[in-house]
Design a protein around this ligand. Sequence first.
Ligand SMILES: Cc1cc2nc3c(=O)[nH]c(=O)nc-3n(C[C@H](O)[C@H](O)[C@H](O)COP(=O)(O)O)c2cc1C
Length: 201
Amino acid sequence: MARILILFAHPALEKSRVHRRLLTRVPPGVTLHDLYEAYPEFDVDVPREQALLLAHDLIILQHPFFWYSTPPLVKQWEDLVLEHGWAYGSRGTQLRGKWMINVLTAGGRAAAYHREGYNRFTVRELLAPIEQTARLCGMHYLPPYVIHGTHSLGEAAIEREADRYAAFLSALAADEYDLHALAPLPELDLDRLPPAREAAR
Ligand SMILES: Cc1cc2nc3c(=O)[nH]c(=O)nc-3n(C[C@H](O)[C@H](O)[C@H](O)COP(=O)(O)O)c2cc1C
């Protein structure tokens, strides 16, 4: 079983329609850590965060897309937690071999996130600083899992997204995906993924 840590960052969870629903479906065994709940004053507890990272294999940054990026507490978390000599540098090897992925919701539709589209870049391109940060720390980066067009999602569609996310998390936890095969994709589109294989028994 892969040990999964969700680092969740939403500064206004009380107004959220999509993440609030996704969180209710996180399977048992997956660690959910709400950064804004833990650090409303941005006073990130570095030893606690580093211990959490060490105890997991796959780190999910789950957040809404804000100005083509993450909410600011994720940046604060990176600045403080990913220390030289711990996460990177010649003696900073603690995160080597782990996996990182962004799971995000975006108001913009999928068609807008293309070279010829309204937003001119793909979501993966826009998240390049996080991908490169993960690589600098010796981690593997999975393509982003994006729920697009949130403003036009009705209740039933949000429920379907929550079902899909729950199934995705369960399959990840059971090592059902060949992560190295997924890594080059521009985005993790669950409708187009190779089917999760039977977990090795
Ligand atoms: C400050 C702010 C910035 C935003 N920036 C973007 C953006 O750059 N791209 C985008 O597609 N949506 C953007 N949105 C829309 C949010 O991503 C969207 O409302 C959110 O993902 C919906 O999830 P929720 O229901 O869990 O809040 C932005 C929203 C806010 C409040």
